[in-house]
Design a protein around this ligand. Structure first.
Ligand code: T4K
Length: 369
């Protein structure tokens, strides 16, 4: 087997001198973490860039979910708490809930958009439900209007896992991250925008932001006051430096990804099934998932690409309802089928031309087999 020549994801690294300029400032100030200048500036830059308010930078996307949950779902319930969520996502969506003592309660996804089905949610809610935690999976917008209606009617917090939804606009210019009581983002190295490790929460209400700001700093509110149970979920200045440098080059990164994404779409759209994108949402070129007719075709395609040194990944596998993480209250047949048949094609700003051609050829060949 050839070594991996083209990985599934390849972190974007900004111009080194640009990055070093930000790092030089850290050396001068000797302020390395605990809400330093770069973290504060990056917060403001991201709010402006994304068109949102009440953004809080944190150490990673998993903690973003956990802190959002802590902030919004403190009220006691009858019995153990649960949150209704999707099984077709990265394991962190569910493990973050479980770490907070909230049982993930799985309902199935829509077979065209791959996001959670609002019509299945209502039946899954009981007196111990504290939140809905839908995922804008691969950056595709959930049915935000229906989810909002259900959350309001049932008095539940609505926390979007928006790990993949950086810079997605909805309904003509509004940020998708502005929906829900909170949206949790991941800035992991493999993401479209990253800070090596990192993440953010966008809150609807400024009171929630204020509370979460305390929570991520051990609950400390002053030199001699600790107001509540907190954790350490702060972003450091070095991580923020990477974020600044990446934001400086965001257009280069996005345009490179768009070139690859559009080449795949041109080469594949008539031969293979793709995720149906919400008509009101913009594309952010974060992922290029394709769905094969069956697991055997998916396996053939993956192996064929691998023989050329190209890595296509099974995101998201396994369907999380098959792990001992939570409970299913409906059939999850669509999620399981997608977990068996979806492959994410390599997507980063400089996927070489030969690899794009090989991917298209092998995916088409497998889909026709
Ligand atoms: N919610 C959702 C819906 C998420 O997708 C995620 C994370 C989270 C929450 C949690 O956010 P974080 O706590 O992670 O901020 C990767 C990422 O680690 C993870 O952040 C991401 N989602 C998930 C979808 O993918 P793995 O286990 O697939 O990563 P790994 O190490 O196998 O690498 C993936 C590809 O990237 C490979 O082709 C190798 C390449 N790579 C990776 C790294 C780290 C590089 O070329 N260089 C690198 O430095 O999870």
């Amino acid at each position: 087997m050839k070594p991996v020549l083209v990985p599934n994801a390849r972190p974007y690294l900004p111009d080194r001198t640009v990055f070093e300029r930000y790092v030089d400032g850290i050396y001068e100030r000797r302020w390395l973490t605990n809400n330093g200048t770069l973290v504060q500036d990056l917060t403001r830059r991201l709010e402006q860039f994304l068109g949102v308010s009440n953004l809080l930078l944190v150490a990673n996307g998993t903690l973003a979910l956990q802190v959002a949950l802590r902030t919004l779902c403190a009220r006691p319930t009858v019995g153990s708490r649960n949150a209704v969520t999707t099984p077709f996502t990265f394991v962190a969506t569910s493990s973050a809930l479980a770490w907070e003592g909230v049982t993930p309660r799985f309902v199935d996804i829509d077979e065209s958009t791959w996001c959670v089905r609002p019509d299945m949610i209502e039946n899954a809610i009981d007196e111990s439900t504290v939140a809905l935690v839908p995922v804008h999976v691969f950056g595709n917008a959930c049915d935000v209007a229906q989810l909002e209606t259900i959350a309001r009617r049932r008095g539940l917090s609505l926390i979007y896992d928006a790990a993949h939804a950086f810079a997605v606009e909805f309904g003509g210019g509004r940020s998708l991250l502005g929906f829900g009581d909170a949206a949790a983002l991941s800035f992991h190295a493999t993401k479209l925008f990253h800070t090596v490790e990192g993440g953010a929460i966008v809150f609807r209400r400024s009171e929630d932001l204020d509370r979460a700001r305390k929570i991520i700093n051990f609950g400390i509110t002053g030199p001699s006051s600790i107001e509540e149970l907190g954790i350490n979920a702060k972003m450091s200045e070095f991580h923020a430096a990477m974020g600044h440098a990446l934001l400086d080059e965001y257009a280069l990164n996005r345009d490179g990804r768009r070139r690859v994404w559009e080449a795949y779409e041109r080469g594949l759209s008539s031969d293979i099934r793709m995720q149906a994108w919400h008509p009101q949402a913009s594309q952010n070129y974060a992922y290029f998932p394709v769905q094969f007719a069956n697991a055997s075709q998916r396996h053939t395609a993956q192996q064929a690409m691998r023989s050329h040194g190209i890595e296509a990944r099974r995101y998201f596998y396994p369907s999380l309802d098959t792990l001992p993480l939570g409970e299913s209250v409906s059939e999850t047949e669509t999620s399981r089928r997608l977990a068996d048949t979806v492959l994410c094609l390599p997507l980063f700003h400089d996927v070489p031309g030969w690899a794009i051609e090989t991917v298209i050829r092998e995916v088409r060949r497998a889909a026709a087999s």
